[in-house]
Design a protein around this ligand. Structure first.
Ligand code: SAM
Length: 369
């Protein structure tokens, strides 16, 4: 379902991501007996089925529109039901690239949480890879199990993911059947990753390196994790923090100094007028309360103000780029890029010379068999 190939047309039973407006995404499963509603009207699923993914679809009242998008891990991250803090796409892409996760990789993830990272990992490693993900919270585990089964990610429905209900800090990563071995990459998003690191030994590659990333929100956690990585013979320890910023090309008015000063005076005057009006209102309310007992009426009349000679005649909004004015091209920052600031700690584990020799002998024996 979250594979690289995308369907052209919407069908009954499909999971789709509905775009309802800027930053408003929600998942739906198409069922011809149901109807999607929002403030602009109704969208019977029966009218959505058969439409092309990405096509604009008007509500039955024609007062609004939506788009139905084919699910991808990136869209799922923005639409998924949150059960925990999640890893957002800017961090996901840095982690996947630095852990060198590619089609066919064998990966361990703990904890599963809301499954944001799990969807991205499962899609990246493709049908030839294998993802072992661990969650110790019973309800989150059950919810993830249903979700990953519905999304055809679990091994028993033809996917590449093995989800296990387990506390990895106490019980480690070794499984009774089909245990994770020869693991290329490990991703730990846990409150105490240092307690899990010591259990990774049996899963690491004997014939090459294993890379790890620990996602931690505070420096104290990073320090304890570094210590544990060192004790367990991880090398090339490196920490990065991503600062996601979206730069926008915009225009700003090129004003001469007099016009700019007029504008500042106008803004200041508007603010003072507002404060004065509020003060007068307060006075009036107090007087009315006092007069309720004395039954006399005093009205406070607001003094009209003489307009400042330097004020612009109107405060009309000027459209950005209006050709009647001069403009300068500038860069502005979009403040609403979704991410969750954490420290990303990376390291590499290489097998010892002994382990490597043994692995070579074992693989030579296997080949000769
Ligand atoms: N990376 C996930 C995502 O993108 O959706 C979010 C992970 S969430 C921050 C951390 C999860 O780790 C929680 O669901 C928690 O229950 C689980 N967890 C914490 N300690 C654990 C442990 N020792 N073993 C397994 N899971 C654990």
């Amino acid at each position: 379902m979250f594979s690289q190939t995308q369907k052209q047309f919407i069908e009954e039973g499909d999971l789709a991501i509905v775009w309802l407006g800027k930053g408003k995404l929600t998942p739906i499963v198409l069922n011809s007996t149901e109807t999607l509603h929002n403030q602009f009207g109704a969208y019977p699923h029966s009218e959505l089925i058969g439409k092309r993914y990405g096509q604009q679809i008007a509500s039955s009242s024609k007062q609004g529109f939506i788009y139905l998008l084919h699910p991808t891990p990136e869209l799922w991250t923005l639409a998924l039901p949150h059960r925990t803090q999640i890893v957002y796409t800017p961090d996901v892409s840095a982690i996947v690239q630095k852990l060198r996760i590619v089609e066919g990789s064998r990966v361990i993830e703990a904890g599963t949480g809301s499954g944001s990272m799990t969807h991205a990992l499962s899609r990246t490693i493709g049908p030839t890879g294998k993802l072992y993900t661990f969650e110790y919270h019973e309800t989150r585990y059950q919810t993830a199990l249903k979700e990953f089964t519905d999304h055809k990610m679990m091994e028993d429905v033809g996917g590449n993911t093995v989800l296990t209900h387990r506390d990895v800090c106490k019980q480690g990563f070794v499984l009774k059947e089909s245990s994770p071995e020869d693991i290329h990459s490990v991703f730990l998003d846990l409150p105490a990753p240092w307690e899990a690191i010591e259990h990774l030994g049996p899963c690491l590659r004997k014939n090459g390196g294993t890379r790890i990333c620990c996602f931690s929100p505070c420096m104290e956690q990073v320090q304890r994790t570094v210590q544990s990585l060192r004790e367990n013979k991880w090398t090339e320890i490196q920490m990065i923090r991503l600062d996601h910023k979206l730069w926008m090309a915009r225009k700003t008015r090129d004003m001469d100094i007099e016009e700019a000063l007029d504008r500042l005076r106008f803004v200041k005057r508007k603010r003072l007028d507002g404060l004065e009006r509020r003060r007068q209102r307060q006075l009036q309310e107090n007087n009315t309360a006092d007069d309720d007992s004395s039954e006399t009426q005093t009205t406070v009349v607001e003094e009209p103000r003489a307009p400042s000679p330097t004020l612009p005649a109107t405060n009309k909004r000027i459209r950005e780029g209006d050709e009647a004015y001069n403009w300068i091209n500038v860069c502005k920052l979009e403040s609403e890029v979704k991410s969750h600031t954490s420290y990303l700690l990376f390291a590499l584990h290489l097998p010892s010379a002994n382990e490597q020799n043994t692995a070579e002998v074992v693989s030579a024996e296997k080949e000769s068999d």
